[in-house]
Design a protein around this ligand. Structure first.
Ligand SMILES: [Zn+2]
Length: 136
């Protein structure tokens, strides 16, 4: 019952396409279309997770490959000009991501990261299944 047929899945995806295509919005709209309700950018949590499920204690971050340094993803290659600036900036983002994940885990939260380049109907479905498996 939790798994969509290929047809239903492409139906869901076609409703999702064509609006705001930022990775975070794609993930939010998909999970919402599957009936999950969540908080966005909860200021009460370390790192203000993009999406959080309070009773389930699951925090989801949707990371842009470039800004969060998805090595060795091709989308994350450092520009040749001002490469020191970019390396430094992206490294501090990565350090912050690690710190935030540790803080959340310390508070009993599960942290799930979905990378921009990994977003597809099947990874969204897998993410949904993991969250839904946790009950409400
Ligand atoms: Zn990537």
């Amino acid at each position: 019952m939790d798994t969509l047929t290929a047809e239903q899945r492409s139906e869901v995806m076609s409703r999702i396409r064509g609006k705001d295509t930022r990775p975070e919005m794609l993930v939010r709209r998909y999970l919402h279309s599957r009936g999950l309700r969540y908080r966005i950018h909860n200021e009460g949590l370390p790192g203000k997770p993009d999406i959080s499920f309070t009773p389930r204690l699951i925090a989801v971050f949707v990371h842009g490959c470039f800004w969060h340094g998805h090595y060795p993803c091709p989308r994350a290659s450092i520009p040749k000009t001002r490469s020191d600036f970019w390396s430094h900036k992206i490294n501090s983002t990565k350090e912050r991501d690690l710190r935030v994940a540790d803080q959340l885990k310390g508070l009993g939260w599960d942290v799930m990261v979905i990378w921009q380049c990994e977003i597809s109907p099947s990874t969204l479905e897998a993410l949904y299944e993991k969250i839904a498996a946790r009950g409400t």
